[in-house]
Write a protein that binds this ligand. Structure first.
Ligand code: NAG
Ligand code: NAG
Length: 140
């Protein structure tokens, strides 16, 4: 019986970790506004997030060819930006685990840092899909 309880506990933890928050478009707009993303680039950010993660704040990408992975709503790469150690590190001074939480405060701060350094071109999702018509957020 003991083992069953342990198994159930482990299963519960796994399920909880897999539970993910997916932002619908207007929800995303509200969240980005509250994180201080500028109004004149909001449609680009919405497009970027929708193409990179479909609004899923817990998304972890498959391994890229160079062995790195991308984390969270903004699919931020672990090569330079987030660390796998227990303490925060790399250029965003965060752990990759902190980039996949439902609270996107740290991810947003890191995304702004990436943007400041490289602009939207840092994201293939933006480059490939957000240079034409941008999402309509007028009803949000
Ligand atoms: C690794 O590949 C990913 C995705 O292709 C890219 O975003 C990242 O910049 C690459 N990192 C390095 C160090 O080449
Ligand atoms: C990095 O983040 C940690 C906590 O998340 C903080 O204690 C530390 O001061 C930060 N370091 C820098 C250089 O910002």
């Amino acid at each position: 019986m003991k083992y069953v309880a342990v198994f159930v506990a482990i299963a519960a933890v796994v399920v909880l970790q897999c539970e993910s928050k997916t932002f619908k478009r207007c929800e995303l707009v509200r969240e980005l506004r509250s994180q201080g993303f500028p109004e004149n680039k909001l449609r680009d950010w919405v497009c970027l997030v929708e193409s990179e993660s479909s609004g899923n704040s817990n998304k972890v990408s498959k391994e890229n060819k160079n062995g790195s992975r991308d984390y969270g709503l903004f699919q931020i790469n672990d090569k330079y930006w987030c660390s796998h150690t227990s303490t925060a590190g790399k250029d965003c001074n965060v752990t990759c685990a902190e980039l996949i939480t439902d609270d996107i405060t740290k991810a947003a701060k890191c995304a702004k840092k990436v943007f400041k350094r490289h602009g939207f071109n840092a994201w293939y999702g933006w480059k490939n899909r957000c240079q034409g018509t941008l999402p309509d957020i007028s009803s949000c």
